[in-house]
Design a binder for this molecule. Structure first.
Ligand code: GLC
Length: 550
């Protein structure tokens, strides 16, 4: 690890979707006290920080991404005192709490919006984005991310307001300095409470210019971010990660420049878009080409090296389960879940685990009546109206719907997977009897044990933090292999991405170099079994490397 590196460069961050993690009071919805009950589990896994999806007061139209009070906790999750206890109890285990800041929009039930709607003269009117007009003729044809127009008519004002997400998520007007000051006040409120950092929801959309149909990367974006940095977390050791769907490596360097004054890092989504039809939406499915994945991940590794910092993730609460998506959730569920972790965790950056990923949890593929997500429900209606067949729509929902990742955490083989004693707000994935934490924790061959080992190895192997990246066998269509070299040591990461036996690259490695691999015994020479994955660690000053393995 470079000297004096910030703590988050060698940290493992665990994302919790509070609704679905652990219910402590039997109302079927996970809560803060439930998280406290599971802190020992997280500490044991090697978690340094928890990214908590929004727990603020909210009507829950978009499960908390519609906030009606930035400085209070929603009763469904607990109280402010519960939150303080969580921060304290986590801190005692060396775990920091990262809050999710949803600053692009508020709820339409936020007092600001309620005021704003009262009259054009109301002091809060300018907190949102309004355009004059007549009914049924929105200012332009911009669409909201969750379907329909991005403009909603308010008859009392004879004006439209702008919303990039649902009608209940009006966009805040960042060009108004009073809005920015209120937001900075809320951020400082949480800093004083002792949080360890922030994840900034769709932060690249705050500086939108609706008249020019600009959503992300608006001209004032970095000015506002730098102002926020100075007014709030700048100069602290807090970790900050921006959600930026529109980032290129060049833009990401600006956000995460080590000498800069914006964020620690961003989530970029270029790899996430590789299994959709070009020009289409995420619902327009296309197979993943491994070469594309190699090219994209390699580009980010190379272009941010020493000039920015990557976040490493396969999953979150908006994405399907990775083992179902790019692994194999049938016969090779365990091997492929481990392979995907082996591949990701050898890269440079800060890794994020999404709850249940460490167990190899799979997509739920529920029928529509069991789906809860506003995005999915709107999509279904919209595509049906457009003439898509029901079968086609459900295929997209089963592949990409957000509820796949939002089913309750699978703790035990008991009722409701140990998530709640009540009626869960969303069904438990029926495979919880086979896939659950209780059964995996003491089992050395489990996906959980493998994650735990990988996490520990990552932290104690400096080349993983600092080594220069190089893609190996770029043309190979079934193997993802790369090396990391920090001058003293080289880490080779070799992953068979599919369910067939293949010949891997010839590498200057020996049996004793195997640091971790996902089969009980190391690979035989360069031969790789289905989804086989290995880390080899070699000292660069070794005298006679044996080409081609043993
Ligand atoms: C982000 C969140 C997502 C939410 C949206 C609107 O993409 O991750 O869950 O629906 O922003 O806030």
């Amino acid at each position: 690890m470079e000297h004096n590196a910030p703590w988050w460069k060698n940290a493992l961050i665990y994302q919790i979707y509070p609704r679905s993690f652990q219910d402590s009071d039997g109302d079927g919805v996970g809560d803060l006290n439930g998280i406290v009950q599971r802190l020992d589990y997280l500490a044991d896994l090697g978690v340094d920080a928890i990214w908590l999806c929004p727990v603020y007061r909210s009507p829950q139209d978009d499960n908390g991404y519609d906030i009606s009070d930035y400085c209070d906790i929603d009763p469904v999750f607990g109280t402010l005192a519960d939150m303080e206890r969580l921060i304290r109890e986590a801190g005692q285990r060396g775990i920091r709490i990262i809050m999710d800041l949803v600053l692009n929009h508020s709820s339409d039930e936020h007092p600001w919006f309620i005021e704003a709607k009262k009259s054009r003269e109301n002091p809060y009117h300018g907190f949102y984005i309004w355009r004059d007009g007549v009914p049924d003729a929105p200012p332009n044809d911009m669409k909201a991310c969750f379907g329909g127009s991005a403009w909603t008519w308010v008859p009392e004002l004879r004006q439209y307001y702008f919303h990039q997400f649902s009608v209940k998520q009006p966009d805040l007007n960042w060009d108004n300095s009073a809005v920015r000051q209120q937001i900075y006040g809320a951020i400082n409120f949480w800093i004083k409470k002792g949080v360890g950092g922030f994840r900034l929801d769709v932060i690249d959309q705050i500086a939108k210019v609706p008249d020019e149909k600009i959503t992300n990367n608006g001209p004032m974006l970095h000015t506002y971010i730098r102002e926020m940095n100075r007014a709030t977390f700048g100069g602290t050791d807090l970790v900050t990660v921006g959600e930026t769907w529109g980032a290129t490596p060049e833009i990401a360097r600006r956000y995460s420049d080590p000498a800069g004054d914006e964020f620690s890092m961003v989530f970029q989504f270029e790899h996430i878009g590789l299994d959709q039809k070009p020009g289409g939406e995420k619902w327009d499915l296309a197979p993943l080409r491994l070469q594309d994945l190699k090219q994209v991940l390699s580009k980010w590794q190379t272009e941010l090296y020493c000039r920015g910092w990557n976040s490493l993730f396969w999953n979150n609460h908006d994405l399907p389960r990775i083992v179902s998506r790019w692994g194999n959730d049938g016969a090779y569920r365990e091997a492929s879940a481990k392979m995907l972790a082996t591949l990701l965790y050898g890269l440079q950056g800060t890794p994020y685990i999404y709850q249940g990923e460490e167990l190899g949890m799979t997509n739920a593929c529920f029928p529509l009546e069991d789906c809860r997500d506003i995005e999915t429900l709107n999509l279904y209606k919209e595509r049906l109206e457009k003439g898509y067949s029901e079968e086609e729509i459900m295929r997209s929902i089963h592949a990409k719907g957000r509820d796949n990742a939002r089913t309750p955490m699978q703790w035990t083989a008991g009722p409701n997977a140990g998530f709640t004693t009540g009626n869960p707000w969303i069904r438990v994935n029926p495979n919880y009897r086979q896939i659950n934490a209780e059964q995996q924790i003491g089992e050395p061959g489990s996906v959980y044990s493998y994650y735990k080992r990988l996490i520990a190895l990552r932290k104690e192997t400096p080349v993983v933090q600092n080594g220069r990246y190089e893609l190996l066998c770029p043309e190979d269509t079934s193997i993802f292999a790369y090396k990391r070299d920090d001058g003293a040591n080289t880490l080779y990461v070799v992953c068979n991405f599919y369910d067939e036996h293949v010949e891997g690259p010839l590498l200057p490695v020996q049996d004793e170099d195997v640091l971790i691999s996902n089969y009980p015994d190391p690979p035989a020479g360069s031969h790789l079994r289905p989804y086989e994955a290995v880390w080899y660690l070699c000292r660069n000053d070794r005298v006679t490397p044996v080409l081609g393995g043993r």
